[in-house]
Design a protein around this ligand. Structure first.
Ligand code: ADP
Ligand code: MG
Length: 324
């Protein structure tokens, strides 16, 4: 492009909150054939909310087929059934253990659990030890017991069988929620789930990219079922979803997509996404994204709007010429 065209593109971009890091990026964006979205904070708002607390015990799993367990009020008690009272685990026990353990974490999943507990008036204990296990969950010592909160892998890696929670996990995940297992002292206590909201314009953005014959993919650290539910909500083919990708493996996933000759635009918001943004043909940081993501990116979308991905491409190919 001529210097004048670059200036025009850059200025249209700036007026639309689409910042290109230089003229060559502005040039490249139009040649993208695949757009890879991060899920959390990119296609979704990332504003998690605690939605479910599910105690696990023999009586409950045997008598409750998965109905009526989504209790966000925290007031429901577990029916006593035939189990002795000492074996009963109630919601407060599950949530208190989970939130106490998560109080040391800054992960959005953790913050939603802590806030949910506070809203329900549950007093938290301060963990005496805390360890963040990236991509898996947390481990903390609470009131002398080891508490784990995280995914199946975290639980399995600590020699606890997640199987008794599988039905509940699947039920929550198929609703698009991120379900986490809670264990204390070597055994499962129950589950907590957080839900995130799909951004209003996400589906329209994916549709507009498809209309331009671009392939659209999603990469997430979240599990397959949750990721699939979100993909379906925004119109991404489940076959184009890579789930349970560890933070350090996101860049490899982008490399793999590009190894067949694709030119990928990676769109992400988090620290986790920075290496993938740097690897992609065009890295795009979205919204109030972390500084690390913005630094690694070629394009920054100032607004939190996935439709601006389409704008960036249209500014690059010269079809978006009006300054809004
Ligand atoms: P994302 O790519 O969605 O940001 P992460 O890589 O941070 O996801 O985490 C992947 C998965 O690991 C989460 O879906 C969750 O199951 C588990 N996990 C990560 N951090 C935590 C945490 N603080 N508490 C519980 N589970 C967690
Ligand atoms: Mg994210």
């Amino acid at each position: 492009a001529t210097p004048a065209a670059t200036m025009v593109g850059t200025s249209i971009g700036a007026k639309n909150g689409v910042l290109f890091k230089g003229g060559d990026v502005l040039e490249r964006a139009k040649d993208v054939d695949t757009v890879v979205f991060d899920k959390t904070g990119t296609l979704t708002t990332g504003e998690m909310e605690l939605t479910d607390v599910v105690p696990l015990d023999g009586a409950r799993t045997a008598t409750d087929g998965g109905n009526g367990t989504a209790t966000d009020g925290g007031t429901q008690t577990v029916s006593s059934g035939t189990e002795p009272a000492t074996d009963e685990i109630d919601e407060e026990t599950v949530l208190c253990a989970a939130a106490s353990a998560e109080s040391g974490s800054e992960h959005p999943l953790a913050q939603a659990i802590v806030e949910g507990a506070e809203e329900r008036g549950i007093a938290l204990a301060n963990p005496t030890e805390f360890e963040n296990v990236p991509g898996h969950g947390v481990r903390a010592t609470v009131d002398g017991d080891e508490v784990l909160v995280g995914n199946r892998k975290l639980i399995r890696d600590n020699d606890i069988d997640p199987a008794p929670a599988e039905d509940e996990l699947e039920r929550l995940e198929s609703e698009g929620k991120t379900a986490m297992l809670v264990a204390r002292g070597g055994s499962l206590l129950g589950l907590v789930a957080d839900a995130d909201t799909v951004k209003e314009s996400a589906k329209e953005a994916v549709g507009a990219l498809h209309d331009r014959n671009l392939a659209v993919q999603m990469i997430t650290g979240d599990n397959e079922r949750t990721a699939g539910a979100v993909a379906e909500a925004v119109g991404i083919d489940p076959a184009n979803v890579r789930a349970e990708v560890l933070p350090e493996d996101k860049a490899d996933a982008v490399e793999e997509i590009q190894s067949s000759g694709s030119r990928a635009m990676m769109v992400g918001d988090g620290v986790n996404d920075a290496p993938a943004l740097a690897t992609a043909y065009v890295g795009t940081a979205i919204g109030s994204g972390t500084d690390v993501a913005i630094e690694a990116a070629d394009v920054t979308l100032m607004r939190d709007d996935p439709l601006d991905v389409v704008k960036a491409i249209r500014i690059s190919d010269g079809t978006l010429q009006k300054i809004k």
